[in-house]
Design a protein around this ligand. Structure first.
Ligand code: 3HC
Length: 693
């Protein structure tokens, strides 16, 4: 018997207990252990019912992702599940924690299911570019009907135990200890001579072509560029086209095919990278984070409010300090309105909202931050104002309290100097809206204490963010890389590409939005202000490409005024703006620019390679400790398509020699200033390595 599965018996009841931390994935040892347990149970006439359950924090959370792409060792999961399903004596899955993917399929292949009340069920395969490959698309519809199945397998959404019970996916919710409840259930089944009960013997629910058609449209709209959800939907249809056993074979073949697709490879890379960034290189494992029982936020504009909401939303008390009573009332009103709307939509209970509101201590006096363990500063993006705030925070907070700035591009070292206690100072850069966006760029200076780094990484996770560590530089990871895409976008317009053509290329690549549509949404005045703040370091050509300033001067600020790069109707639907054509033509004439046809490939390469090259600089300078930080930050902060694996992974797939050759071509055409390749890119390309090599 494998060490990962223990087989026990007590009278007529057998138990196969899986113990494969951390998440009881169906690694080779688990599959072999289960196969052995099934044989022993089948071969012993004294045994009447077998329970399958798990030790540790969860029932099986899926197939072992680390084994994907490697040769299969021992029986595959489909085979084990087939053995379970075919047993002539009943089996009971006793599930808890996150019963996901192959784990959910394992439970569905058991004949009866009992769940701990806190169990979550789901098929996250699509998030890895896969589809369920061990019967999920065939057993689920037979038990729960089409609508629930489509929702589960095409979105990766999770459902709770109550919903699973109501849908027919579990038979019972356990009261008290799960193992005890499962044994009692098994005894009951044994005593009543309950039959084996394979979901495969049930008929498929009545076909609903209209529902399938509707789902195809939803997937095309909401999951653009992702092949897996559509494959998962088509796999359900196998149940209508062929017998159960054949449908299982075909489903498994489809899953195997998906595993070797570039999208799945990229998404699995993202899954691993998102976990990798939590482990900061060079930070000793025994460094204890400082305790943070209470936090503070100073500056309650849009960012400060969002940060306050994220903290209180995670159940942590927070003192929110505004400039004056008027700003405080406005901020608290806005927070109440946002949470109130979640209550109205049924996404939050009134009690939860009241609890969260009660966690916020309102203040207009920075001295009220004397008892907090961590302050996040989110005042106006002006270095002189921030310096004054940090000098004050250095005085009013207790020694050892962490002082973090939410600045998106100002120098945190300057703020560290102002505070008088540089070792406690760091950056915590949230993305707008801060209570929604997952990414958090934590910034350490050369002087930030290691335990401060450990604390902000830990705190970020507590407030349900995805913290990524960056060093100090202008714009940190995301904004620094984005600024290169913006630069190339404006240059391309100056050279003859229309904003619409550029947006289309970016959208087809998989971004949720093109840069010009995004500019209109964010507000061209906001973009103009950002350009102004960087004017001192901008080149003459960057300053010349002043389209945003021209539109702002004409009162066209984007969506909010109904006109920007595009024109908008009352429903904010965009259409072509002839004024934009006129502006571009006049700009070209004024500066003697010759407009030319620019193909989609050049547009894409100019925009994305500019970011890749900057990413290579960020990596080479040590601002990002690894390429993982860059990929995770760009996917979660800017919407870089996850199916590419992020800019650095994507470049590796193309081959850095090819990327370098194209960058050298652009350098010859556009000049050294913009296209000098990053030394790291040159080095890796020469060695025929990737950024991840
Ligand atoms: N295989 C291998 N390792 C896994 C894993 C899996 N399926 N799921 C999680 N892990 C590892 C993580 O890499 C991490 O490792 P680390 O400690 O070395 O970094 C560790 O388990 C803990 O994971 P998290 O940090 O994510 O822990 P959380 O408690 O935050 O989340 C979880 C737990 C909800 C189970 C989350 O890890 C998760 O969503 N896992 C993926 C589940 C999944 O995608 N399952 C489907 C797999 S595909 C499949 O089953 C195909 C089938 O249809 C044939």
């Amino acid at each position: 018997m494998s060490e990962m599965v223990t087989f026990r018996t007590d009278g007529a009841i057998a138990e196969a207990v899986i113990d494969n931390p951390p998440v009881n994935a169906t690694s080779a040892g688990v599959r072999q252990g289960l196969a052995d347990a099934i044989e022993r149970f089948a071969g012993d006439p004294a045994l009447k019912v077998m329970i399958v359950r798990c030790e540790g924090r969860t029932f099986v959370a899926g197939a072992d992702i680390k084994e994907f792409g490697k040769p299969m060792v021992g029986p595959n999961l489909t085979k084990v599940i087939e053995m379970l399903d075919a047993l002539e004596k009943p089996t009971v899955a006793a599930v808890h924690g996150t019963t996901l993917g192959g784990g959910f399929e394992l439970a569905l292949a058991c004949h009866y299911r009992i769940a701990d009340p806190a169990t979550r069920f789901g098929f996250p395969e699509v998030k890895l570019g896969l589809l369920p490959g061990a019967g999920g698309t065939q057993r689920t519809p037979r038990l729960a009907g089409l609508a629930t199945t489509i929702d589960l397998v095409t979105t990766g959404k999770q459902i709770n135990a109550r919903k699973a019970l109501d849908s027919g996916l579990v038979d019972r919710i356990a009261e008290g200890d799960l193992a005890e409840a499962a044994r009692a259930y098994a005894k009951e089944l044994a005593e009543s001579n309950a039959p084996a009960r394979s979901a495969g013997t049930l008929p498929m629910p009545e076909d609903d072509p209209a529902l399938f058609e509707e789902s195809r449209k939803t997937i095309a709209r909401k999951m653009r560029g992702q092949p897996a959800p559509l494959l998962a939907l088509e796999a359900i249809r196998l149940g209508y086209d062929m017998p159960f056993a054949q449908a299982l074979e075909r489903e498994y073949a489809m899953c195997l095919e998906a595993i070797s697709s570039p999208e799945s490879k990229a998404l699995r890379h993202v899954f691993a990278a998102e976990r990798q960034v939590a482990k900061v290189p060079g930070l000793a494992a025994d460094i204890e984070p400082r305790k943070v029982d209470k936090a503070g936020v100073i500056g309650l504009g849009a960012m400060g409010r969002g940060i306050t909401m994220a903290i209180a939303g995670a159940g942590i008390p927070v003192t929110a300090v505004a400039l004056d009573e008027e700003h405080l009332a406005k901020a608290m009103g806005a927070i109440e309105k946002m949470w109130g709307s979640s209550v109205k939509k049924g996404r939050m209970s009134q009690e939860q909202m009241d609890r969260q509101m009660a966690l916020i201590t309102r203040s207009t006096n920075p001295a009220d931050l004397a008892d907090v363990d961590l302050v996040i500063e989110a005042v106006t993006e002006d270095i002189d104002i921030k310096k004054v705030v940090f000098a004050e925070l250095g005085k009013v907070t207790r020694p050892g309290a962490i002082l973090a700035s939410n600045t998106s591009f100002l120098n945190i070292d300057t703020l560290a100097d102002a505070s008088g206690r540089a070792e406690d100072v760091c950056g915590m850069h949230f993305f707008n809206p801060a209570h929604v966006m997952r990414l958090l760029e934590n910034v350490r200076t050369a002087r930030t204490a290691p335990d401060v780094v450990a604390t902000i990484m830990n705190f970020g996770k507590r407030i349900k963010k995805l913290p990524v560590l960056s060093g100090v530089c202008d714009g940190f990871i995301v904004n620094r890389m984005l600024s290169k895409r913006s630069r190339e976008g404006f240059f391309l317009v100056e050279e003859g590409a229309s904003p619409e053509a550029i947006d289309k290329v970016v959208l087809s690549f998989g971004f949720p939005m093109g840069p010009f549509a995004l500019g209109d949404l964010a507000g061209l005045d906001v973009q103009a202000a950002a350009r102004k703040s960087r004017a001192a370091t901008a080149s003459a050509r960057e300053l010349r490409a002043d389209f945003v300033e021209q539109m702002v001067a004409a009162g066209n600020l984007g969506q909010k005024t109904g006109s920007g790069w595009y024109v908008y109707d009352e429903n904010r639907k965009a259409s072509h703006n002839p004024e934009t054509d006129k502006m571009i033509a006049a700009h070209a004439e004024k500066h003697g620019l010759k407009l030319r046809e620019i193909g989609e490939e050049e547009i894409l390469q100019r925009l994305i390679y500019a970011m890749v090259n900057e990413g290579a600089k960020i990596l080479g300078e040590g601002v990002a400790p690894r390429p993982h930080e860059i990929d995770v930050a760009m996917i979660n902060g800017l919407g870089f398509p996850a199916t590419t694996g992020g800019p650095m992974f994507w470049a590796d797939q193309i081959g850095l020699d090819k990327v370098l050759a194209t960058i050298e071509k652009f350098r010859a055409e556009q000049g050294d200033e913009y296209w000098t390749p990053a030394p790291l890119l040159v080095e890796r390309a020469k060695e025929a390595k990737g950024f991840y090599a």
